[in-house]
Design a protein around this ligand. Structure first.
Ligand code: NAD
Ligand code: WQD
Length: 338
């Protein structure tokens, strides 16, 4: 079966393609390379011996999508393509609604025209807003505090309506908690352009000497040590969650929603300590004011994915930090340009 992977050159998409190839599946990648480099494909080939078919183009380009569906016998789509920087989404909301919401509309239109009925969509734990309690279950109320989160929530709601009108479709919404880590080889990893927004890439760039110190955003939250607590999940576990979703739900008509998280929460300072241990480098940090929009703590109840997808995360915090460090130390400035 061929699976169209939009955004397959990106961080989560590239790891998912490796796991798919190793499981005998055939990913066909579509990406406009807005936030990724084509040299990622060299690494996928190096790890798997297979260079996936790659279409460079944009999900908002309907004629281009029609051409891809006409040329490839696609059975399912995993839809990673999107923009993900929360701060940028506040500055440029139209860019986010166009790329994330409009892009998904064009993609689903092209799927329907091509009779492709199975879709897996990358959503985010951000759709739970500031949860009333933890751990978070899939039936908790949803809300958004910024245009990025709202774009994910809008797409979830639009997909729900599309499913009502097309009940023959299988639509799986995966709500990721905080993806971190890298392929254990150190060949693939997260390669943010510019100053990292997220904690783990920032810590690893401090460790490798690209940044002087980490600003810890707030130490007065009602948490174990006052710093924010999140459910960090190894990107390979996350990638495997997509394979489980394809195998268990991708073939069953319905609208399915799953948390992909570990069920464990770690604070910022616990992450700093774990990364120092993995890298042997003392991570300099300074306490800074809270970041607007941040919540105190957030972690998943992953029971639904375990019972219905037979999936659960298996990598430990030590795996997450050791693998990130291997990637960052082997590739201190990220992927090479062509
Ligand atoms: P990423 O930026 O590394 O990968 C996204 C890929 O999509 C990039 O290669 C980019 O070039 C491509 N892309 C973007 N817009 C496109 C378009 N219009 N047409 C074609 N290609 C396009 O991001 P990621 O971390 O791999 O995230 C993948 C998905 O998961 C995104 O939808 C993101 O919102 C979602 N998500 C990510 C996180 C996270 O923390 N990384 C958490 C929750 C959800
Ligand atoms: C984690 C913790 C920060 C950076 C975001 C998006 C979410 C999803 C994942 C999706 C928090 C603290 C961070 C730093 C710090 N994105 N921190 N110093 O905010 O949970 O989630 O990424 O595509 O939608 O909102 O992740 O990694 O930014 O922050 O102290 O330099 O680390 O305050 O407590 P977050 P994060």
């Amino acid at each position: 079966m061929k699976v169209l992977v939009t955004g397959g050159v990106g961080y989560i998409g590239s790891h998912t393609c490796v796991q798919m190839i190793e499981a005998g599946m055939t990913p066909v990648i579509l990406d406009n390379l807005y936030n990724s480099k084509e040299t990622v494909l060299d690494r996928v080939e190096k790890l798997t011996g297979v260079r996936p078919v790659f279409y460079k183009g944009d999900i908002r380009d309907r004629a281009f999508l029609d051409q891809v569906f006409a040329e490839q016998d696609i059975g399912s789509v995993i839809h990673f393509a999107g923009l993900k920087a929360v701060g940028e989404s506040v500055e440029q909301p139209l860019k986010y609604y166009d790329n994330n919401v409009n892009g998904t509309l064009v993609l689903v239109e092209a799927m329907l025209a091509a009779d492709v009925n199975s879709l897996i969509f990358s959503s985010s734990a951000t759709v739970y807003g500031d949860p009333a309690s933890v751990p978070i279950r899939e039936d908790f109320p949803t809300s958004a505090t910024n245009p990025y989160g709202r774009s994910k929530l809008m797409v979830e709601e639009i997909l729900t309506d599309i499913h009502k009108a097309h009940p023959e479709m299988s639509i799986t919404i995966l709500r990721y908690f905080n993806p971190v880590g890298s392929h254990k080889s150190g060949e693939l990893g997260e390669d943010p352009q510019g100053i990292p927004n997220n904690l783990m890439p920032f810590i690893s760039q401090v460790a490798v000497g690209r940044r002087e110190y980490l600003s810890v955003f707030g130490n007065d939250y009602p948490t174990v040590d006052g710093t924010g607590v999140r459910d960090y999940i190894h990107v390979v576990d996350l990638a495997n969650g997509h394979l489980a979703a394809l195998n268990h739900r991708g073939k069953t008509a319905g609208l399915h929603i799953y948390n992909l998280g570990t069920g464990n929460g770690y604070s910022v300072l616990q992450m700093v300590k774990a990364f120092s241990k993995a890298s042997g480098v003392n991570i300099e940090y300074k306490i800074a004011p809270r970041r607007p929009g941040d919540i105190a703590e957030c972690w998943a109840d992953p029971a639904k994915a375990k019972s219905e997808l037979q999936w659960q995360a298996s990598h430990t915090l030590d795996d997450m930090t050791a693998d990130t460090w291997r990637w960052q130390s082997q590739n201190p400035t990220g992927y090479p340009s062509k």
